[in-house]
Ligand binder design. Structure first.
Ligand SMILES: [Cu+2]
Length: 170
């Protein structure tokens, strides 16, 4: 087909194509925006580093002045097809930080330090007040809601993940 013949029979096709495009655009604009919010209620947490995980809902619990330790919670999702063994935690806001497990044994619930928290291959590690979590000790300053505290995890291969965790009310 030469270029001089295109203007004739091609025009109705062009108009049809434009109408389809317009219909598609208006359908996209009219689609309710709440669907992504209801499917994805988890709040993404900004992270940096080479440890292969994404983080949602990270938070540091605010504590009253005078209390010098607090907990850090989050949900970690592996982006790796092998187990990730987290063996260290630190924060510039704390003199010391610890990996913790909460266990119930003989009707007694208590938490204790652990050497390793494991993120399963392609799986999830939930850090919560009833299970595995992180603790910040010897806080250098009182933590105010609205602040963001960097918390760095290290694995046994030396990879790190720095989580920007907001301070929230308990
Ligand atoms: Cu604890």
């Amino acid at each position: 087909m030469t270029s001089t013949r295109r203007a004739g029979p091609a025009r109705p096709l062009l108009i049809a194509a434009l109408l389809i495009l317009a219909a598609a655009l208006s359908a996209a604009l009219l689609r309710p925006r709440t669907d992504t919010a209801t499917q994805n209620p988890a709040q993404a947490t900004p992270v940096s580093g080479t440890l292969p995980a994404t983080v949602t809902d990270a938070r540091v619990v605010a504590v009253p002045p005078g209390i010098r330790e607090t907990s850090v919670f989050a949900t970690l999702r592996s982006t790796w097809d092998a187990e990730v063994r987290i063996t260290g935690v630190s924060s510039p806001a704390a003199g010391h930080a610890m990996l913790m497990v909460t266990r119930t044994q003989d009707n007694m619930t208590g938490m204790s330090m652990t050497d390793t928290l494991t993120l399963p291959a392609g799986g999830t590690l939930t850090l919560s007040d009833t299970g595995d979590h992180l603790m910040l000790m010897h806080l250098k300053e009182p933590l105010q809601p609205g602040q963001t505290i960097p918390v760095t995890l290290t694995d046994d291969e030396g990879r790190t993940l720095t989580i920007q965790a907001p301070v929230v009310k308990p």
